[in-house]
Design a protein around this ligand. Sequence first.
Ligand code: ZN
Length: 224
Amino acid sequence: MQMETEKKGSALVVFSGGQDSTTCLYWAKTRFERVVALSFTYGQKHVLEVEMARQLAAEAGVEWSVMDVPFVGGLSSGCSLTDSSLTIEEEKPADACPTTFVPGRNMFFLSIAAIFARERGIYDLVTGVSQTDFSGYPDCRDAFVKSLNVTLNLATDEEFRIHTPLMWLDKAETWALADRLGVMDIVRYKTLTCYNGIVGDGCGHCPACQLRRRGLEKYLSKKL
Ligand code: ZN
């Protein structure tokens, strides 16, 4: 099984403490000797998100750093998730704005992560972006990530490798991956995806909770 491959080198995981990046953190642990998790604070509504990330990284036994990049949050005047950014149709609670949403946010995070990693001699970057479920975010798509990889290499004269283990997985398949990695319970009960800041299965009605729950139900029903 692929989990048994020999571990080599170091990787940096862009780490929010949500379902996707936590699954990626454990994925990285199966492939790299040393894993470093990097979280960002940029004016998120829920400080808890950062605390959860710290705890999850500690439980995973990986180094964790947090970088405050308030200018990223300051670039956008609040939630602008008005168009196709989220594809889930449902009533949006007043509180549904995921955080301070900034178009191109992922571009900033990955670029900063690359420079942070390079300072530590790390050239493998891992990000939990997925084109399958979040195609509304252009900078989560495969073409963007490949393009940024080239740009980072040109910008630094290095050879970065951006890994996107979830790129072509839907949420059910992401749950399956967490299960295969043996961290189903950690991902299910200790990660924070909910826009209302409720850990684990969350509030149940925000778009992130709905997506997460549908994926979980689909995965569990297939398993039975
Ligand atoms: Zn929720």
